[in-house]
Design a protein around this ligand. Structure first.
Ligand SMILES: [Zn+2]
Length: 165
């Protein structure tokens, strides 16, 4: 087995995946530029726009424990193939819930309440964001001092914050 297709979304060229960015030096949301079989090989960073090879995790970071064959996506809850049907339904339900959450956060807000997303900014949970590529979003989680999870209309993405160079 190479990478088990246990993730909720099949990976495809033009799709999105979490990868280590060699420029941001963080595991962040990337767009897949090229794939070999079911494995991404080239990706574009959604934060800085740089193109580089796909790396599922930061250098030096350990691979997931044996038995976890998911390719390192932090958002994957790695349901096994036998629960595919149940997890599809759950995934659809989660997507619907997320969209509701997004709508609730965005609804009725003035344009002036949104901040333009920039990698050198620091964010807080609940901040309203305007991203030039992904549109309106709301900060749902501060993952660490350098990373935030922002919920956009289509899906949540891990983006950088507080980058100084
Ligand atoms: Zn980057």
């Amino acid at each position: 087995m190479i990478y088990a297709a246990a993730m909720s979304k099949p990976l495809k060229t033009g799709g999105e995946v979490d990868s280590f960015c060699t420029k941001c030096k963080l595991v962040l949301n990337h767009r897949i530029i090229a794939m070999v079989a079911s494995t991404p090989v080239r990706v574009e960073c959604s934060t800085c726009g740089s193109h580089h090879n796909y790396r599922p995790r930061a250098p030096g970071e350990r691979a997931p424990a044996a038995g976890t064959r998911a390719s390192g996506s932090s958002s994957s809850s790695s349901a096994g193939p036998r629960s595919t049907r149940a997890s599809m339904t759950k995934a659809a339900q989660a997507a619907a819930d997320r969209e509701k959450q997004w709508e609730k956060a965005i609804a009725g807000k003035a344009v002036s309440e949104f901040r333009a997303y920039r990698v050198d900014q620091m964010f807080a949970e609940g901040d309203l964001i305007r991203h030039k590529k992904f549109g309106d979003g709301v900060v749902t989680r501060i993952l660490d001092p350098k990373k935030v999870e922002i919920l956009f209309k289509d899906e949540p993405r891990t983006l950088a914050q507080g980058l100084t160079d």
